[in-house]
Design a protein around this ligand. Structure first.
Ligand SMILES: [Zn+2]
Ligand SMILES: [Zn+2]
Length: 132
């Protein structure tokens, strides 16, 4: 796998507390396969407002490191926020800068409160609690 940004081959799996993504040690970028970002920031989806935001995507010059023939699109992570992510619309993988991860984590707390509640309820039900 080559880094979509700097084309370095110094990109590889990095895992921490059960979360895994690919990290480029040259440009400090992160590639998240579908589901990995959601896992990390504990949202229900990697890109919670994707249906609207994907329509606003603009083509970049970056190639998807997984699909290799597809080009990534740039789009906001969340409506009315400046943070942009690069996304493959084929495999739903995401590319972002390492420092952007902290910003996403902050945003995720607000956007997905409902998602967290739903997951908590599901977990409680799995453990046999009856909730109405
Ligand atoms: Zn790189
Ligand atoms: Zn892809």
């Amino acid at each position: 796998m080559n880094c979509p940004k700097c084309e370095s081959t110094n990109i590889g799996p990095f895992s921490h507390e059960g979360v895994e993504f690919d990290f480029c040690s040259d440009c400090k970028g992160i590639w998240c396969d579908h589901g990995e970002l959601a896992n990390y920031v504990e949202t229900i989806d990697d890109h919670p407002e994707r249906t609207d935001l994907e329509k606003e995507g603009t083509l970049t010059k970056l190639t998807c490191p997984k699909c290799t023939t597809k080009t990534l699109y740039e789009m906001p992570y969340q409506k009315s926020q400046n943070l942009l992510i690069d996304k493959c619309l084929t495999c739903s993988g995401l590319w972002l800068d390492f420092k952007e991860l902290a910003t996403i984590q902050k945003l995720a707390v607000n956007i997905d409160a409902k998602g967290k509640l739903e997951r908590t309820i599901k977990r409680m039900k799995d453990k046999g609690f009856a909730l109405k």
